[in-house]
Design a protein around this ligand. Structure first.
Ligand SMILES: O=C(O)CCC(=O)C(=O)O
Length: 273
């Protein structure tokens, strides 16, 4: 018996490799998250996504709480089972009238997981629609190879660190993962996805939580860490991430830098051969 999703939603996820929308919180609660996010950008005088990467929750109690949100975890449990590790999280934001985009790519090519089983819960702090440049997917693409050929463009307008791009994607059957603030989409790490610029007058603010089962192993580097947010870890593949004692906890900021450097270095691996 699923905890939150319907059988139809579970089937859709298994068929398409993605699912939206799923309600995580009320829109007024999402607005509180948006205000905290905007206050953070004001405080650091830069985009949060330029400074807090791959484990963005680490230095912030409010995000550390969000990665344990029970609605999000109930839905994820319906898809991947009762034992769940959050191994990372990332901001994906576009300002109003923002020409930046995300090219077609597949997360699993760069994650280096064995088995290649991980999902992203992409939570909208503001509406993410066709007009604001929502995430879109190629349905069924998660059934292909876990490592696909990408070219790395390093295009500064691409929100991806290396501008990693799958060329020649057939766009005839795109599914747009449109969300109101407070809803999430979930996509499989093999699913080919992208997003367009945001020509609207509203920012599109997303916070992506990366989750897997404890049986999944990071093969590209030693010492991978995460947070067991539900169930039991019977495998020991993941060390424990430290938790913030307060806003911008200095130990967590240092751990974040180490994690990002390790992830960046490991991202080179798929094309070293
Ligand atoms: O937010 C976007 O536009 C892209 C998100 C993405 O690539 C991801 O969550 O893996």
């Amino acid at each position: 018996m699923p905890k939150l999703l319907t059988e139809e939603q579970i089937d859709r996820f298994n068929t398409q490799g993605a699912l939206a929308p799923v309600k995580v919180m009320e829109s007024d609660e999402a607005f509180e998250f948006r205000k905290k996010f905007e206050a953070l950008e004001e405080e650091i005088g830069a985009e949060a996504q330029s400074r807090f990467r791959i484990k963005a929750h680490l230095p912030f109690p409010w995000l550390t709480e969000l990665i344990k949100n029970s609605n999000m975890l109930d839905a994820v449990e319906d898809l991947i089972g009762p034992d769940i590790i959050v191994w990372g999280s990332s901001f994906f934001t576009k300002k109003a009238n923002d020409h930046r985009f995300v090219s077609w790519h597949q997360d699993s090519t760069y994650y280096g997981f064995d088995p290649a089983e991980s999902v992203t819960a992409w939570i909208a702090f503001s509406d993410s629609t066709r007009e604001t440049g929502c995430v879109r997917v190629i349905p069924g693409s998660h059934k292909g190879d876990a490592v696909m050929k990408h070219v790395e463009t390093f295009d500064p307008d691409n929100l991806l660190a290396r501008g990693q791009t799958i060329e020649g994607v057939d766009e005839t059957e795109i599914v747009d993962l449109q969300l109101h603030a407070g809803e999430m989409s979930i996509h499989d790490n093999r699913t080919v996805h992208s997003s367009m610029p945001n020509p609207s007058n509203m920012p599109r603010i997303g916070y992506a939580v990366h989750l897997c089962g404890p049986h999944v192993k990071q093969t590209q580097f030693d010492g991978a860490t995460g947070t067991l947010v539900r169930g039991t870890d019977n495998y020991g593949n993941w060390g424990q991430d430290i938790e913030a004692k307060g806003h911008m906890d200095p130990d967590c900021l240092a751990a974040l830098d180490v994690a990002w450097q390790r992830y960046r270095d490991s991202m080179k691996a798929p094309y070293q051969q």
